[in-house]
Design a protein around this ligand. Structure first.
Ligand code: HEM
Length: 287
């Protein structure tokens, strides 16, 4: 499904040649794929992306009152949209995740609120961050052209290359978490419930964990980065987002002969909670 969708997008973009990689390619894929898995009609996927981006604004440490209002409005609209979709699927179940979750609710395993919030969480969670890391991953390959050539010549590095993109430019550089029990960190004790700000982006450049941490190395192994968190709450969608990326980059390596960056310094999004280029202007030549 991912391959078919990416090929269709590239057919058009290779004719267009000059593209914004973020707006024209990256931003279409994750929402379309997760939307399909859940069971959202194709034509509604672009709207989900807008809601997701607005909801996520709420988690930014630098959020303003305006962001909060936007997030609240998006959450409300998203909620009613999913409630209607669930009502439709209840009448006519399909082979999609939403129908499976509805069956779990009927079996008493989920409440109505849990059903809606689970769909919302899954639809929102990987959307923006996969778009961001696709953009920063592409940018990294263009900043380190030797690594781009290496990937072209050795497509079997795709798994480690994508993991390195997550380590090198973690799309969620900061996240907060609460201690579920009393804990000692660097000789200091913190009570249960303490709120911690976790700097995943900084941890992923820790020279004690990663030799030549500031070097982008598509064959890096081992690569125990924490871009998806760690432990019991390790990202549920980490395989899916890596699969989206592997298909996209492998397809680009196969179908595009040259990729030229048309701007000197692409602008990155502001804020601690997200990291990725706002746009990435490229010139493509088909293979
Ligand atoms: C670039 C892509 C993604 C990044 C960087 C990312 C990152 C994260 C992080 C840091 C966490 C918290 C882990 C922790 O608490 O230690 C998380 C949790 C989660 N992610 Fe992702 N994620 C991505 C894609 C996705 C996708 C595509 C989905 C859904 C299909 C998804 C669904 C979830 C869910 C449901 C959780 C909560 C898991 C739990 O609390 O047990 N994520 N993700």
């Amino acid at each position: 499904m991912i391959q078919r969708y990416v090929d269709g997008l590239l057919d058009r973009l290779l004719e267009q040649r000059q593209i914004d990689f973020v707006a024209d390619l990256a931003s279409h894929v994750p929402g379309h794929i997760i939307g399909n898995v859940i069971g959202v009609p194709d034509e509604d996927c672009p709207q989900l992306r807008i809601w997701s981006e607005n909801v996520v604004q709420f988690f930014d440490v630098a959020r303003t009152e305006e962001h909060k209002l936007l997030a609240e409005q998006a959450t409300t609209e998203f909620y009613y949209y999913l409630r209607d979709l669930i009502a439709q699927r209840k009448k006519k179940p399909r082979k999609d995740l939403i129908s499976t979750l509805i069956a779990a609710k009927s079996a008493g395993e989920l409440s109505e609120t849990e059903l809606i919030s689970t769909c919302m969480l899954i639809l929102m969670a990987g959307h923006g961050s996969t778009i961001d890391v696709l953009g920063s991953g592409m940018h990294a390959l263009l900043r380190y052209p030797d690594e781009l050539v290496r990937l072209r010549q050795n497509p079997e590095y795709i798994h480690t290359a994508v993991q390195e993109m997550f380590r090198f430019e973690s799309p969620l550089p900061y996240f907060h978490r609460y201690a579920s029990e009393e804990i000692e960190v660097l000789g200091r004790r913190y009570p249960r419930g303490t709120k911690f700000g976790l700097l995943y982006g900084a941890a992923n450049r820790d020279p004690n964990q990663f030799p030549s941490a500031d070097q982008f190395d598509i064959a890096r192994a081992p690569n125990r980065h924490v871009a998806f968190g760690k432990g019991a709450h390790l990202c549920l969608g980490n395989h899916l987002s890596r699969l989206d990326m592997e298909v996209i980059f492998l397809t680009l390596m196969k179908r595009v002969k040259t990729i030229e960056l048309l701007e000197d310094e692409p602008k990155y999004k502001k804020g601690l909670s997200v990291r990725g280029p706002q746009s990435l202007q490229l010139l493509l030549a088909a293979a």
